[in-house]
Design a protein around this ligand. Sequence first.
Ligand SMILES: [Zn+2]
Ligand SMILES: [Zn+2]
Length: 329
Amino acid sequence: MSAERPPGPGTMRAMVFEAPGRPLVPVERPIPRAGPGELLLRVRACGVCRTDLHLLDGELAVDVPPRILGHQIVASVMGDGCRVGVPWLGWTCGECAHCTSARENLCERARFTGRDIDGGFAEYAVADERFCLPIPDGYPDLQAAPLLCAGLIGYRALRMCGDAGRLGLYGFGAAAHIICQVAVWQGRRVFAFTRDGDEPAQALARELGAEWAGVSGDSPPEPLDAAIIFAPAGALVPAALRALVTGGTAVCAGIHMSDIPSFPYELLWGERSVRSVANLTRADGREFLELAPRVPVRTHVTSYALARAGEALEDLRAGRLVGAAVVAP
Ligand SMILES: [Zn+2]
Ligand SMILES: [Zn+2]
Protein backbone atom coordinates (compact mmCIF):
# COMPACT_ATOMS: atom_id res chain seq x y z
CA MET A 1 0.00 0.00 0.00
CA SER A 2 1.04 3.60 -0.35
CA ALA A 3 1.25 6.21 2.36
CA GLU A 4 -0.29 8.63 -0.16
CA ARG A 5 -3.68 6.96 0.17
CA PRO A 6 -6.03 8.57 2.68
CA PRO A 7 -6.60 6.34 5.69
CA GLY A 8 -9.92 4.74 6.45
CA PRO A 9 -11.98 5.74 9.48
CA GLY A 10 -10.19 5.09 12.75
CA THR A 11 -6.87 4.47 11.03
CA MET A 12 -3.82 6.55 10.38
CA ARG A 13 -0.85 6.53 8.07
CA ALA A 14 2.60 5.97 9.58
CA MET A 15 6.14 5.24 8.45
CA VAL A 16 7.40 2.24 10.37
CA PHE A 17 10.84 0.86 11.21
CA GLU A 18 10.82 -2.94 10.91
CA ALA A 19 14.47 -4.01 11.09
CA PRO A 20 17.95 -2.50 10.88
CA GLY A 21 19.17 -1.79 7.38
CA ARG A 22 15.67 -1.80 5.92
CA PRO A 23 13.89 1.33 4.72
CA LEU A 24 10.91 2.72 6.63
CA VAL A 25 7.67 1.11 5.48
CA PRO A 26 4.39 2.98 4.93
CA VAL A 27 1.55 1.37 6.87
CA GLU A 28 -2.01 2.07 7.77
CA ARG A 29 -2.80 1.18 11.37
CA PRO A 30 -5.42 2.00 14.00
CA ILE A 31 -5.17 5.42 15.61
CA PRO A 32 -3.63 4.73 19.04
CA ARG A 33 -5.66 5.21 22.21
CA ALA A 34 -4.45 7.34 25.07
CA GLY A 35 -4.22 5.55 28.43
CA PRO A 36 -4.47 7.23 31.83
CA GLY A 37 -2.15 10.27 32.02
CA GLU A 38 -1.56 10.17 28.29
CA LEU A 39 -2.59 12.55 25.50
CA LEU A 40 -3.77 11.60 22.04
CA LEU A 41 -2.02 13.95 19.67
CA ARG A 42 -2.52 14.89 16.06
CA VAL A 43 0.98 15.30 14.66
CA ARG A 44 1.54 18.61 12.89
CA ALA A 45 5.28 18.21 12.26
CA CYS A 46 8.10 15.93 13.37
CA GLY A 47 11.77 16.77 13.08
CA VAL A 48 14.29 14.29 11.70
CA CYS A 49 17.34 13.63 13.88
CA ARG A 50 20.61 11.82 13.31
CA THR A 51 19.53 9.46 16.09
CA ASP A 52 16.79 8.24 13.71
CA LEU A 53 19.55 7.25 11.27
CA HIS A 54 21.43 5.40 14.02
CA LEU A 55 18.22 3.49 14.79
CA LEU A 56 17.60 2.77 11.12
CA ASP A 57 21.14 1.46 10.71
CA GLY A 58 21.08 -0.66 13.89
CA GLU A 59 23.82 1.36 15.62
CA LEU A 60 21.22 1.90 18.34
CA ALA A 61 18.77 -0.89 19.03
CA VAL A 62 15.01 -0.69 18.72
CA ASP A 63 14.15 -3.40 21.23
CA VAL A 64 10.59 -4.04 20.14
CA PRO A 65 10.01 -3.43 16.42
CA PRO A 66 7.99 -2.53 14.49
CA ARG A 67 8.32 1.02 15.74
CA ILE A 68 7.32 4.47 14.49
CA LEU A 69 10.45 6.64 14.71
CA GLY A 70 10.52 10.41 15.23
CA HIS A 71 11.09 12.29 18.48
CA GLN A 72 10.71 15.99 17.72
CA ILE A 73 6.93 16.10 17.56
CA VAL A 74 4.87 19.26 17.34
CA ALA A 75 1.25 18.25 17.83
CA SER A 76 -2.26 19.36 18.74
CA VAL A 77 -3.88 17.72 21.72
CA MET A 78 -7.07 16.03 20.53
CA GLY A 79 -9.98 17.59 22.32
CA ASP A 80 -8.58 20.98 23.28
CA GLY A 81 -6.37 21.77 20.26
CA CYS A 82 -3.56 22.96 22.53
CA ARG A 83 -0.12 22.75 20.87
CA VAL A 84 2.56 20.69 22.60
CA GLY A 85 5.99 19.28 21.86
CA VAL A 86 7.08 15.70 22.46
CA PRO A 87 10.83 15.21 22.88
CA TRP A 88 13.11 12.15 23.00
CA LEU A 89 12.65 11.63 26.76
CA GLY A 90 9.27 9.92 26.85
CA TRP A 91 9.08 8.39 30.33
CA THR A 92 11.26 8.01 33.43
CA CYS A 93 10.83 5.93 36.57
CA GLY A 94 10.98 8.86 39.00
CA GLU A 95 12.55 6.62 41.63
CA CYS A 96 16.13 5.72 40.70
CA ALA A 97 19.23 7.54 41.96
CA HIS A 98 19.41 9.60 38.78
CA CYS A 99 15.73 10.52 38.72
CA THR A 100 15.87 11.69 42.33
CA SER A 101 18.96 13.85 41.76
CA ALA A 102 17.79 16.02 38.84
CA ARG A 103 19.40 13.72 36.27
CA GLU A 104 16.36 12.02 34.82
CA ASN A 105 18.17 12.10 31.47
CA LEU A 106 20.21 9.20 32.85
CA CYS A 107 17.27 7.20 34.26
CA GLU A 108 18.08 3.52 34.01
CA ARG A 109 14.55 2.65 33.01
CA ALA A 110 13.93 5.66 30.74
CA ARG A 111 11.79 5.12 27.69
CA PHE A 112 12.47 7.18 24.62
CA THR A 113 10.06 8.53 22.03
CA GLY A 114 10.51 6.96 18.63
CA ARG A 115 12.55 4.09 20.06
CA ASP A 116 10.66 2.56 22.99
CA ILE A 117 7.40 4.46 22.38
CA ASP A 118 5.90 5.08 18.94
CA GLY A 119 7.00 8.47 17.66
CA GLY A 120 5.95 11.17 15.24
CA PHE A 121 6.43 9.83 11.70
CA ALA A 122 2.67 9.29 11.72
CA GLU A 123 -0.57 11.23 11.70
CA TYR A 124 -1.28 10.58 15.38
CA ALA A 125 0.76 9.75 18.46
CA VAL A 126 0.22 9.16 22.15
CA ALA A 127 2.46 10.74 24.78
CA ASP A 128 2.71 10.88 28.57
CA GLU A 129 1.34 14.30 29.45
CA ARG A 130 4.09 14.86 32.06
CA PHE A 131 6.78 14.71 29.36
CA CYS A 132 5.13 17.06 26.85
CA LEU A 133 6.65 20.52 26.52
CA PRO A 134 5.07 23.88 25.72
CA ILE A 135 5.85 25.16 22.20
CA PRO A 136 6.61 28.89 22.21
CA ASP A 137 4.09 31.06 20.37
CA GLY A 138 5.42 32.62 17.22
CA TYR A 139 7.03 29.46 15.91
CA PRO A 140 5.16 27.81 13.04
CA ASP A 141 4.94 24.02 13.44
CA LEU A 142 7.72 23.20 10.98
CA GLN A 143 10.11 25.76 12.48
CA ALA A 144 9.37 24.61 16.04
CA ALA A 145 10.07 20.91 15.46
CA PRO A 146 13.90 21.08 15.36
CA LEU A 147 13.93 22.92 18.68
CA LEU A 148 12.80 19.70 20.38
CA CYS A 149 15.99 17.67 20.02
CA ALA A 150 18.54 19.52 17.92
CA GLY A 151 17.78 22.59 20.01
CA LEU A 152 17.42 21.33 23.49
CA ILE A 153 20.04 18.59 23.53
CA GLY A 154 22.34 21.03 21.75
CA TYR A 155 21.57 23.51 24.51
CA ARG A 156 22.45 20.97 27.18
CA ALA A 157 25.78 20.45 25.39
CA LEU A 158 26.33 24.22 25.27
CA ARG A 159 25.77 24.44 29.04
CA MET A 160 28.52 21.84 29.52
CA CYS A 161 30.90 24.33 27.87
CA GLY A 162 30.62 26.64 30.89
CA ASP A 163 31.68 30.19 30.18
CA ALA A 164 33.88 29.30 27.19
CA GLY A 165 34.25 32.42 25.07
CA ARG A 166 35.59 30.79 21.91
CA LEU A 167 33.39 27.87 20.92
CA GLY A 168 34.03 25.32 18.18
CA LEU A 169 31.08 23.51 16.61
CA TYR A 170 32.05 20.32 14.76
CA GLY A 171 29.35 19.38 12.27
CA PHE A 172 27.09 22.22 11.25
CA GLY A 173 23.68 20.61 10.86
CA ALA A 174 20.37 20.91 12.67
CA ALA A 175 21.78 21.21 16.20
CA ALA A 176 24.74 23.47 15.43
CA HIS A 177 22.70 25.92 13.38
CA ILE A 178 20.48 26.47 16.43
CA ILE A 179 23.22 26.49 19.05
CA CYS A 180 25.36 28.88 17.00
CA GLN A 181 22.59 31.48 17.32
CA VAL A 182 22.27 30.95 21.08
CA ALA A 183 26.04 31.08 21.61
CA VAL A 184 26.43 34.31 19.59
CA TRP A 185 23.51 35.84 21.50
CA GLN A 186 25.30 34.91 24.74
CA GLY A 187 28.34 36.85 23.52
CA ARG A 188 30.50 33.87 22.58
CA ARG A 189 32.63 33.67 19.44
CA VAL A 190 31.75 30.71 17.25
CA PHE A 191 34.06 28.72 14.96
CA ALA A 192 32.24 26.24 12.72
CA PHE A 193 33.70 23.06 11.23
CA THR A 194 32.07 21.10 8.42
CA ARG A 195 32.81 18.27 6.03
CA ASP A 196 35.26 19.15 3.28
CA GLY A 197 33.44 20.98 0.52
CA ASP A 198 30.26 21.71 2.47
CA GLU A 199 30.14 25.32 1.38
CA PRO A 200 26.39 25.72 2.02
CA ALA A 201 26.78 24.75 5.70
CA GLN A 202 29.79 27.05 6.06
CA ALA A 203 27.84 29.90 4.48
CA LEU A 204 24.92 29.29 6.85
CA ALA A 205 27.32 29.28 9.81
CA ARG A 206 28.70 32.69 8.82
CA GLU A 207 25.21 34.02 8.20
CA LEU A 208 24.21 32.94 11.72
CA GLY A 209 27.12 34.75 13.31
CA ALA A 210 30.06 32.33 13.27
CA GLU A 211 33.18 34.41 12.77
CA TRP A 212 35.05 31.58 11.04
CA ALA A 213 33.95 28.49 9.15
CA GLY A 214 36.26 25.80 7.83
CA VAL A 215 36.85 22.11 7.41
CA SER A 216 37.01 19.68 10.34
CA GLY A 217 40.65 18.97 10.97
CA ASP A 218 41.71 22.51 10.01
CA SER A 219 43.23 24.59 12.77
CA PRO A 220 40.96 27.45 13.77
CA PRO A 221 42.58 30.90 13.67
CA GLU A 222 42.66 30.91 17.48
CA PRO A 223 42.61 28.17 20.08
CA LEU A 224 39.16 27.21 21.35
CA ASP A 225 37.96 27.32 24.95
CA ALA A 226 35.42 24.58 24.26
CA ALA A 227 34.14 22.47 21.41
CA ILE A 228 30.90 20.62 20.81
CA ILE A 229 31.11 17.64 18.49
CA PHE A 230 27.76 17.07 16.78
CA ALA A 231 29.05 14.97 13.85
CA PRO A 232 29.15 11.22 14.61
CA ALA A 233 32.85 10.82 13.71
CA GLY A 234 35.18 9.68 16.50
CA ALA A 235 38.19 11.14 14.68
CA LEU A 236 36.84 14.57 15.58
CA VAL A 237 37.63 13.99 19.27
CA PRO A 238 41.43 14.23 18.90
CA ALA A 239 40.92 16.94 16.26
CA ALA A 240 38.92 19.01 18.74
CA LEU A 241 41.37 18.37 21.59
CA ARG A 242 44.15 19.61 19.35
CA ALA A 243 42.25 22.89 18.89
CA LEU A 244 41.54 23.43 22.62
CA VAL A 245 43.37 25.60 25.10
CA THR A 246 44.57 23.97 28.32
CA GLY A 247 41.61 23.54 30.62
CA GLY A 248 39.26 23.36 27.61
CA THR A 249 36.39 20.91 27.19
CA ALA A 250 35.27 18.84 24.23
CA VAL A 251 31.62 17.80 24.49
CA CYS A 252 30.35 14.88 22.41
CA ALA A 253 26.68 15.64 21.80
CA GLY A 254 25.56 12.68 19.73
CA ILE A 255 24.15 9.39 20.96
CA HIS A 256 26.47 7.36 18.77
CA MET A 257 29.89 7.96 17.29
CA SER A 258 32.36 5.87 15.32
CA ASP A 259 35.34 4.66 17.36
CA ILE A 260 37.66 7.32 18.69
CA PRO A 261 41.19 6.74 17.37
CA SER A 262 43.98 6.57 19.93
CA PHE A 263 45.81 9.82 20.50
CA PRO A 264 48.84 11.01 22.46
CA TYR A 265 48.15 11.81 26.10
CA GLU A 266 49.62 15.23 25.48
CA LEU A 267 46.34 16.22 23.76
CA LEU A 268 44.42 15.60 26.98
CA TRP A 269 47.11 16.84 29.34
CA GLY A 270 46.67 20.32 30.77
CA GLU A 271 43.29 19.57 32.29
CA ARG A 272 41.50 19.31 29.00
CA SER A 273 38.43 17.11 29.23
CA VAL A 274 36.24 15.05 26.98
CA ARG A 275 32.68 14.33 28.00
CA SER A 276 29.40 13.27 26.49
CA VAL A 277 25.92 14.65 26.83
CA ALA A 278 23.09 12.16 27.07
CA ASN A 279 19.42 12.84 26.40
CA LEU A 280 17.63 15.67 28.16
CA THR A 281 15.71 16.49 31.29
CA ARG A 282 12.32 18.15 31.24
CA ALA A 283 13.96 21.13 32.93
CA ASP A 284 16.35 21.43 29.95
CA GLY A 285 13.35 21.41 27.66
CA ARG A 286 11.44 24.10 29.50
CA GLU A 287 14.52 26.28 29.91
CA PHE A 288 15.51 26.09 26.24
CA LEU A 289 11.99 26.59 24.88
CA GLU A 290 11.64 29.66 27.05
CA LEU A 291 15.01 30.97 25.82
CA ALA A 292 14.59 30.26 22.06
CA PRO A 293 12.10 33.09 21.32
CA ARG A 294 14.21 35.57 23.29
CA VAL A 295 17.31 35.01 21.11
CA PRO A 296 15.30 34.65 18.85
CA VAL A 297 16.40 31.33 17.35
CA ARG A 298 15.34 30.97 13.71
CA THR A 299 15.42 27.47 12.30
CA HIS A 300 16.13 26.65 8.66
CA VAL A 301 14.03 23.67 7.67
CA THR A 302 13.40 21.48 4.66
CA SER A 303 10.01 19.79 4.84
CA TYR A 304 9.04 16.37 3.56
CA ALA A 305 5.64 14.74 3.26
CA LEU A 306 5.14 11.80 5.64
CA ALA A 307 5.58 9.23 2.88
CA ARG A 308 9.01 10.76 2.15
CA ALA A 309 10.38 10.34 5.70
CA GLY A 310 12.87 7.75 4.44
CA GLU A 311 14.09 10.19 1.80
CA ALA A 312 14.61 12.83 4.50
CA LEU A 313 16.78 10.35 6.41
CA GLU A 314 18.86 9.58 3.32
CA ASP A 315 19.30 13.29 2.57
CA LEU A 316 20.52 13.75 6.15
CA ARG A 317 22.94 10.84 5.78
CA ALA A 318 24.34 12.20 2.53
CA GLY A 319 24.72 15.73 3.87
CA ARG A 320 22.33 17.06 1.22
CA LEU A 321 20.49 19.17 3.80
CA VAL A 322 21.27 22.60 5.15
CA GLY A 323 19.72 23.11 8.57
CA ALA A 324 17.06 20.62 9.69
CA ALA A 325 14.69 18.17 8.00
CA VAL A 326 11.08 18.05 9.17
CA VAL A 327 8.35 15.58 8.25
CA ALA A 328 4.84 16.98 8.01
CA PRO A 329 1.90 14.57 7.75
ZN1 LIG B 1 17.30 13.58 18.42
ZN1 LIG C 1 14.75 6.71 36.95
